[in-house]
Design a binder for this molecule. Structure first.
Ligand code: URA
Length: 247
């Protein structure tokens, strides 16, 4: 437990120190007002001592925090590798489909993890989730040149090397978009591996449609240097180290 004067949380490498009420409301345990009431009613403990003020500064990496007797989990810079199933959307809410957040345990749901590169509802494979804004930026920023590798199956025989030629497709806002030269590896007449640097909406489907063909199965295998762990069952996930992504 540390008392410091700064009103803001302090971020020093992985050290995060913040007010107990801010931490608990950031983790969606309630509004600041509700948390204050829980503290007043003696339902919040830090290192087995009842908290008496919402101003108490805590270091969640060291302090054992309990809310109504249940341990509170918090980590800065979490990175999850999820083996995304078909039928799940890469967004927080959706009126028609299940969302990938439904696959997470409550402790991770509380962390406000963001998706580093969405996948379409019918795409499977490697999806990364993190609460590190810096990592999201380095993965999805087009200037960072992080390759994303996919396994692609198409409806009719297709020469994948055609995709190396310059083409203009549409982005999500219907603007013209020219993908950077990808890498391809033909596997069968109707399947290939493709590595693209961007992650525009329906990018691979649109690149294939440019040649009047159609993607019938799509799976992301790799983002940067990080490969999907094939031992993860579809729908399962695990924590991975942040520096394993960028090459
Ligand atoms: N390209 C697509 O068309 N869909 C995806 O989900 C990913 C890349």
């Amino acid at each position: 437990m540390i008392f410091i004067s700064s009103k803001e949380m302090i971020l020093e490498r992985h050290l995060v120190i913040m007010r107990i009420d801010k931490l608990l409301s950031n983790l969606h345990y309630g509004s600041r007002k509700e948390i204050k009431k829980a503290i007043k009613d003696e339902h919040v403990n830090v290192n087995e001592t009842i908290v008496t003020t919402p101003k108490l500064k805590v270091d969640p990496s060291k302090d054992r925090i309990e809310f109504y007797g249940k341990e509170v989990f918090y980590k800065a810079d979490v990175l999850l590798m999820l083996n995304k199933p078909k039928g799940y959307v890469s967004s927080k809410e959706d009126p028609y489909h299940k969302t990938i957040y439904e696959l997470l345990d409550e402790k991770y749901k509380r962390l406000d993890l963001k998706i580093a590169g969405r996948l379409d509802v019918d795409t499977e494979g490697l999806l990364l989730l993190t609460n590190s804004g810096q990592l999201i930026h380095s993965i999805i920023s087009p200037n960072k040149d992080v390759y994303k590798q996919y396994y692609v199956e198409v409806a009719r025989p297709f020469e994948a090397k055609k995709l190396l030629k310059k083409m203009t497709i549409k982005d999500s806002r219907d603007r013209d978009f020219i993908p950077k030269t990808p890498k391809v590896k033909q596997l069968t007449d109707t399947s290939f591996q493709l590595e693209i640097k961007e992650g525009k909406y329906h990018q691979i489907k649109r690149m294939v449609a440019y040649y009047d063909n159609e993607v019938t199965y799509l799976k992301r295998l790799k983002v940067g240097a990080l490969k999907l762990d094939e031992s993860l069952d579809i729908g399962d996930y695990k924590e991975v180290k942040k520096n394993n992504v960028l090459n």
